[in-house]
Design a protein around this ligand. Structure first.
Ligand code: HEM
Length: 159
């Protein structure tokens, strides 16, 4: 495996760190940090929108570097690749989960997260807040599983 492979995995890894780190930073640091702030909603909106943009960029980058990881590792990517060997099977599962993550992120970012902030002023946003929280948590969990599957793939898996 050449330098290109290591650079590709490095970028993949950094994007995963950025995306997962951002998902943790928002609820653990920003939300409680702004709790008493008079301009809380506007600040949450602005920071949320900024992270939404970079989050989707990171997902796009993860998808691209996922393929370059395989390419530079010299994998012969075909349909059999996803069924005939352990590495390919883990990557197949990763791809399925990735589609789920895209759907969950879209629902969280463009529906519940948005609505929770939009309806905040009216004071009846409990439902949207709850849904935004749960879709966010589920996405974080999926992200951890993705990282673990990547680690299994690169180190030969457990089966
Ligand atoms: C939410 C999205 C993703 C996250 C958080 C993620 C995370 C990771 C992590 C942490 C690793 C471990 C690297 C290592 O320990 O060596 C990895 C490896 C890997 N990922 Fe992803 N990944 C994501 C999406 C994808 C996608 C969409 C693909 C396929 C198109 C992909 C393909 C791979 C491959 C092939 C490896 C193994 C690299 C090797 O052969 O050493 N990943 N991923």
């Amino acid at each position: 495996m050449g330098l290109a492979y290591f650079i590709s995995v490095f970028i993949h890894f950094m994007l995963a760190a950025f995306w997962i780190g951002g998902m943790l930073f928002l609820p653990l640091v920003i939300l409680p940090g702004l709790k008493q702030h008079p301009d809380r909603i506007r600040l949450l909106y602005v920071t949320g929108l900024k992270f939404r943009f970079y989050g989707w960029m990171a997902l796009g980058g993860l998808f691209i570097t996922g393929w370059t990881n395989m390419y530079f590792r010299g994998m012969d990517i075909s349909l059999q690749f996803f069924t005939n060997n352990t590495y390919g099977r883990w990557i197949g599962v990763k791809l399925l989960l990735f589609v789920l993550i895209l759907g969950m992120s879209a629902v969280h970012d463009f529906i519940f997260g948005n609505k929770a902030l939009e309806t905040f002023e009216q004071g009846n946003n409990d439902h949207f807040k709850k849904m935004a929280r749960w879709t966010g948590r589920l996405n974080l969990l999926l992200a951890f599983v993705m990282a673990f599957l990547g680690l299994l793939a690169s180190r030969g898996g457990v089966f």
